[in-house]
Write a new protein. Structure first.
Lengths: 254, 247
């Protein structure tokens, strides 16, 4: 029998379950749900409040003022943020807090996460102990992970200040100092994934903001669908009709 | 402990391991016209000629690029940034580094024998795969008509691509023998081989986010482009629902 050299999540699960997965995957027969994080997940509806936050993040006063102003704009009808209109990435932690299907794939050296709400994947590197910080600030941040028993601990840094990184929703107070720690584990025989998300930001928050998201495992044959965000260019002919700056120029003059 | 299931459903069955980070080999003279011309239909040839003429007059970006729309399959396999291949649950996922368009991941379903009958046209198409010995055979259909094959050859909804992935040079090279069939743009099947070089497993997948260029879009009159630019055609087509106004 071949021996797993380096796959911590699976090696922690009962042999029978792991083998069931191996056999199903190899033979291409009917699939039982896999035992590890690998698979497709959907957030529990109770963890996705579609209207207001149950409790606002513990913003500092100036950040809270901006948060409230944005809430007011939403109440007045601005339901799509500027970032959303530009099809910019959802970024972290919204990537883990939205209502679209999430796919997780583990390998020996990294875990990737794909989300139907955002084409920008997350990569969590398992073979690093420090962040790569000589790169531009990022939408999903730079994530490194390690296992503590049966819990995957993910540390995310180097987040940009183009969107809010405190809670789901592209808007929100901005900073370049947000740091996110997630503790991810499985419950219910591997059918439920729990992500405890702790967001720290000394510039924006008076204390760390913790939220817990539960995900249900989707059937093994679930597919990751394309969900392409198209910028408001379709329809743009109407959009720019009254814009004095919109002066079409001939091809040859461009 | 003998648990082995790693990326390793594949390993367990003795399959080659094509997972990892790969760099497309653009070849020694990547910017030259292809030495062997694709077997295009007269209609596709005319379209390519129109685009070439427009380029000489300044049409250096298509409207899809300004909007950061996906570049689509198979073009997304040939950008100058790494692709990442992962073995998921009953599937293989191929993730590019995004730019120049915000491409979706490709998913190759290994446990489906046939494509769904009710496919919605998509950018990356719908891919099913199976192993034939040491070769992964991937069959992709279900395209929309908003992307190109390689070298700008237009892709229609009737397109069909078969890929045969296999390793070479002791696993350091991945070859993708790709055969494109399309009754609207190709007179016969067109086969090319894409070559990828394996990168170290410490190589990271960087964020490269395409951001739409609204200023460029503002300056453009799509009526001037609609003959040879598919997005300009879509924008000026009153039958397309999104031209009916509003958001």
């Amino acid at each position: 029998m071949p021996i797993a050299r380096s796959h911590p999540p699976f090696s922690r699960w009962p042999v029978a379950a792991a083998l069931a997965f191996a056999v199903a995957g190899a033979a291409g027969t009917a699939l039982a749900a896999g035992p590890g994080l690998t698979g497709m997940w959907l957030i529990d509806r109770k963890d996705f409040p579609q209207t207001d936050f149950v409790a606002a993040p513990p913003y500092r006063p100036e950040a809270m003022a901006r948060f409230k102003a944005e809430e007011k704009a939403v109440d007045a009808g601005k339901v799509i943020s500027d970032e959303g209109r530009l099809c910019l990435p959802i970024g972290m932690p919204g990537f883990m807090e939205n209502e679209f299907a999430l796919e997780i794939i583990e390998s020996a050296d990294r875990i990737i996460m794909l989300n139907e709400a955002s084409t920008l994947p997350r990569s969590i590197y398992l073979n690093r102990t420090s962040h790569q910080l000589d790169i531009e600030p990022l939408w999903n941040g730079h994530s490194i992970g390690h296992w503590e028993g049966q819990t995957l601990v993910v540390d995310t840094a180097d987040l940009n200040d183009r969107i809010g990184h405190i809670a789901f929703g592209a808007s929100g107070p901005r900073s370049d100092s947000t740091h996110i720690v997630e503790r991810i584990h499985l419950e219910n025989g591997g059918q439920t994934l729990v992500d405890e998300i702790t967001v720290e930001d000394p510039k924006l928050l008076t204390r760390p903001f913790v939220s817990v998201k539960h995900f249900k495992r989707l059937p093994a044959d679930s597919q990751l669908w394309e969900n392409v965000c198209e910028v408001n260019a379709p329809g743009w002919s109407e959009r720019f009709k009254g814009d004095p700056q919109a002066k079409p120029v001939p091809i040859a003059a461009q | 402990m003998a648990a082995t299931a790693c990326a390793g459903a594949a390993h367990a069955a003795g399959r080659p391991d094509i997972t990892g980070m790969w760099q497309y080999d653009i070849g020694p003279k990547p910017d030259e016209e292809p030495s062997a011309q694709p077997p295009v239909t007269p209609a596709a040839a005319a379209l390519l000629a129109q685009r070439r003429d427009a380029r000489l007059k300044g049409y250096v970006r298509d409207l899809a690029n300004m909007q950061c729309l996906p570049t689509g399959f198979p073009q997304l396999m040939t950008w100058r940034s790494p692709i990442m291949i992962m073995q998921g649950f009953g599937r293989i996922s191929i993730v590019t580094e995004h730019d120049p368009g915000n491409d979706e991941p490709r998913t190759v379903y290994l446990n489906e024998k046939t494509h769904p009958a009710d496919l919605a046209p998509s950018w990356e198409g719908h891919s099913i795969g199976h192993w034939e010995g040491e070769t992964l055979v991937v069959d992709t259909i279900g395209f929309n008509d908003r992307a190109n094959y390689l070298h700008g050859v237009p892709r229609s909804e009737k397109g069909h691509v078969v890929e045969r992935f296999h390793l070479a040079k002791g696993g350091k090279v991945l070859l993708d023998d790709m055969t494109m069939t399309d009754p609207e743009s190709l007179t016969k099947p067109w086969t090319v081989t894409l070559k990828f070089t394996r990168l170290a497993n410490t190589e990271e997948r960087l964020e490269a986010v395409c951001e739409p260029d609204l200023e460029a879009l503002k300056k453009i009159d799509p009526n001037q482009y609609k003959v040879f630019d598919v997005e300009a055609r879509y924008m000026t087509d009153p039958s397309k629902i999104y031209n009916l106004g509003g958001d």
